[in-house]
Ligand binder design. Structure first.
Ligand code: TYM
Length: 333
């Protein structure tokens, strides 16, 4: 399959499973916004992925609208395609076919599956955690996607998507476009403020309030969280810096679009209090306008819902045509 001429297709998505954190913003959304004019974009709210873990139904509906509002508030333009995954049935249908063509060993080796089973045990997690990458591969390949802009933690899922696509193409002919991950050098792996060895994540934030800054956190909360962020035992910033200081500098340089030599020069010898308050200023400056627009957008949920429905209706024929192609190739039609 050759991609259609014109701007290359981009597809990416985020789970509506609770507050978005700074990692989601710096690793994904901010890059989508910056590069949106270069691509033909589809931004998805992946609610089918969210239910791989227990969700309160009312909260899931709210989080879905919240996420749509945050996409727009962050600067995704109104004319870009933004939709809810479960509103296009082809995602679940293609995912089933993909699961049938995926060796179980590939799925069992996924870091996300291994982490979850290590933490909770195999009896306590749903099978969706295992088959999750097949749904993600369906999301991506349904739209003949060329590029998938994500953070570092999604690299393995995209590798799987490529492997699966190649396997299917080898067997049935060139029916799928093989996508590539777009992972930026800056901001692709923001770490927890309380533990800079671990990736900033929603699930860790649930147990440790100081772990993550959320996109909708008030300025005083952001300041407090950063003031308590883990650094090291040095009295002031020195290089090479420890993991905690490096993480704060990574947040800063990503927001400010600065390279490492520039931030090293800016902060060398400065006390940690100065580093933390400067990073807090930068984060607050980036998030405050987003929070204001978010509140405006959420004040008209009907308009937001209508936009999401209309986009799903517009995308469904594209998704269905890929689904039919695969169904036909494997003998289902
Ligand atoms: P999710 O919802 O966990 O995360 C959404 C995006 O945020 C990025 N991200 C981070 N980036 C930097 N530092 C961090 N600490 C950090 N934490 C998260 C993720 O890399 C991601 O880009 N499986 C996906 C959702 C998905 C998807 C797709 C993505 C479903 N279908 C198709 C792309 C294409 C996920 O759970 O992302």
């Amino acid at each position: 399959m050759q991609p259609t001429p014109g701007k290359p297709r981009v597809f990416s998505g985020i789970q509506p499973s609770g507050g978005l954190h700074l990692g989601n913003y710096l690793g994904a959304i901010r890059n989508w916004v910056r590069d949106q004019d270069r691509y033909d974009n589809i931004f998805c709210i992946v609610d089918l992925h969210a239910i791989t873990l227990p969700q309160d139904p009312t909260a899931l509906r709210e989080n879905t609208l919240d996420l749509a509002a945050i996409y727009l508030a962050s600067g995704i333009k109104q004319d870009q395609a933004m939709f809810i995954q479960s509103q296009v049935a082809a995602h679940a249908e293609l995912a089933w076919i993909f699961q049938c063509f995926t060796p179980v060993g590939w799925l069992e080796r996924m870091t996300q599956f291994r982490d979850r089973t290590a933490r909770q045990g195999r009896e306590r997690i749903g099978a969706g955690i295992l088959t999750y990458p097949s749904l993600m591969a369906a999301d991506i390949m349904l739209y003949d996607t060329r590029y998938v802009p994500v953070g570092e933690d999604q690299r393995q899922h995209i590798e799987y998507t490529r492997d699966l696509g190649q396997r299917i193409n080898q067997r049935f002919g060139e029916i799928l476009v093989i996508p590539e991950a777009l992972i930026q050098k800056a901001g692709a792996e923001i770490k927890g403020l309380d533990d800079p060895e671990k990736k900033m994540s929603k699930s860790l934030a649930a147990d440790a309030p100081g772990h993550a800054i959320f996109m909708l956190d008030a300025p005083d909360v952001i300041r407090k969280k950063l003031a308590r962020a883990q650094t090291d035992a040095e009295p002031a910033v020195r290089f090479p810096a420890g993991a905690g200081v490096r993480n704060l500098l990574e947040i800063y340089r990503t927001i400010k679009d600065k390279d490492w030599p520039a931030v090293e020069q800016e902060f060398a010898g400065k006390p940690y209090s100065v580093l933390k308050s400067t990073v807090a200023d930068a984060v607050i400056e980036a998030l405050t306008p987003i929070q204001e627009r978010y509140r405006e957008i959420r004040s008209d949920d009907a308009a937001l819902m209508l936009q999401l429905h209309r986009t799903a209706d517009r995308l469904a024929p594209i998704a269905n045509s890929t689904l039919r192609r695969v169904q036909h190739a494997v003998g289902l039609r």
